[in-house]
Design a protein. Structure first.
Ligand SMILES: *Cc1c(COP(=O)(O)O)cnc(C)c1O
Length: 428
């Protein structure tokens, strides 16, 4: 079939993320991808600024990761995890528990980030059930937060951007505190926490856990907040007997300059969710890791088990490539690379602050954001970026990049130049 026919079928029959089947946004056919370059079917090559939504930290078609998949494929692609186990899952769990904040040591593998959030929420509810506090079944989270698209996860996403009104008859009503107002470099004052304190004081007895994205609120607005704020949330959770769930699905594996964003604040949550870059972008895998207190309590009394068990739990192919990707990351100089990306982004994006339509420029680790004063026409911006040979996909009023860590400075400059050009184009 020709690409024209294939794309016609795609347009009519295949849902893409958050789009219409009647008026779908354009999609570009990909032929292959290697390193930081995505090759389109028309032969054009685009420099990747997105890491396929935070995932491909080592770039595409990496020989080490390819090998991990191939050699596991010759052993077995999959076996059920009920009653069976295997080295890829065990070795991955051992490595992850060494890397995440100390005390997080009980690992639940599942298939996607959203499911790992569901798992974390269920753990929190079971925890309080066992402790004889069955009233603690609600969650506290932050406005502008994003935790996934399944119902439990959706119920803790920002109510406006998460379109809670659409599902209001079905969705659980949880508690929301305002998005943190103290920026990354700013101190956190009591006024920033007033609302949270009042929710915890009034409703602590109904709240099982506080779930948040540490330091970087991703898909809900690409906002960065003060580590001090996170530290104070940990204290408040302890004072009010509320578990703390850190959703590190986007921030994990070095993206913010620390291996996990919780480290900026020296905070250890009770439960952490990992996904996205876990497999270097090869396969869908996520992990929910909790501490002994949480796991021990859940398993301490009726029903004595944790009630979840996906079919593809601990998939060996996914675990093998996750192990290879994580080993590759920590054995390399990721910290220097992320730091040098951060320095270059700062140098090259800071001047965008003087462009009329740019409201704010934010950089943290290997993340660069231009917040515009208006929403972008995604199709038009995407097309401009393609003309400039880069793959950047804006959303709402945000032009942002989080490139693979392997990007060199010349390619990174092409990304920042394109961001600047599109920002200027919008202003004119
Ligand atoms: C992407 C994301 C999720 C959802 O992960 P999926 O794999 O898409 O289900 C949850 N939380 C955060 C912070 C994310 O960035």
């Amino acid at each position: 079939m020709s690409w024209t026919d294939l794309l016609e079928f795609d347009r009519k029959n295949i849902w893409h993320p958050y789009t219409s089947l009647k008026r779908p946004l354009p999609v570009y056919p990909v032929e292959s991808a290697a390193g930081v370059r995505i090759k389109l079917a028309d032969g054009r090559e685009l420099i990747d600024g997105m890491s396929s939504w935070w995932c491909a930290v080592h770039g595409y078609n990496h020989p080490v990761l390819n090998n991990a998949v191939k050699s596991q494929l010759d052993r077995t692609a999959h076996v059920m995890f009920g009653g069976l186990t295997h080295e890829p899952a065990i070795n991955l769990a051992r490595l992850l528990t060494d890397l995440v904040p100390r005390g997080l040591e009980k690992v639940f593998f599942c298939d996607s980030g959203s499911v790992s959030v569901e798992v974390a929420l269920k753990m929190a509810i079971q925890y309080w059930q066992v402790l004889g506090k069955p009233g603690k079944t609600k969650f506290l989270s932050l406005e502008k937060g994003y935790h996934g698209d399944t119902f439990g996860a959706m119920s803790v996403c920002d109510p406006v951007t998460g379109m809670h009104s659409l599902f209001s008859g079905f969705l659980r009503k949880n508690f929301f505190a305002p998005s943190p107002e103290c920026g990354f470099d700013e101190p956190c004052r009591d006024v920033h926490l007033r609302e949270i304190m009042s929710i915890l004081e009034q409703h602590g007895a109904e709240i099982a856990a506080f779930i948040l994205e540490p330091i970087v609120q991703g898909a809900g607005g690409m906002k960065f907040y003060s580590p001090e704020y996170l530290g104070k949330i940990r204290q408040l959770c302890d004072e009010h007997e509320v578990l703390l769930i850190a959703d590190e699905i986007a921030t994990g594996f070095g993206r913010t300059g620390k291996l996990f964003a919780c480290e900026h604040a020296g905070v250890t949550p009770d439960i952490i969710c990992l996904g996205k870059a876990l497999t270097g972008g090869y396969l869908s895998l996520a992990a929910t890791i909790c501490n002994e207190k949480t796991a021990g309590t859940i398993c301490g009394a009726f029903p004595g088990v944790f009630m979840h068990g996906p079919t593809f739990m601990g998939n060996p192919l996914a675990c093998s490539v996750a192990l290879a990707s994580t080993e590759l990351l920590i054995s390399g100089n990721w910290m220097e690379k992320v730091k040098s990306i951060e320095d270059q982004l700062t140098k090259e994006l800071a001047p965008c602050g003087s462009i009329a339509a740019v409201r704010d420029v934010r950089i943290l680790g290997a993340i660069g954001v231009l917040e515009m004063d208006r929403n972008l026409d995604v199709a038009a911006a995407q097309s401009l970026f393609r003309e400039m040979g880069v793959w950047i996909r804006p959303f709402l009023n945000l032009i942002y990049i989080m490139p693979p860590y392997i990007i060199d400075s010349a390619d990174l400059s092409r990304l920042t130049t394109a961001m600047k050009a599109v920002a200027e184009n919008i202003s004119s």
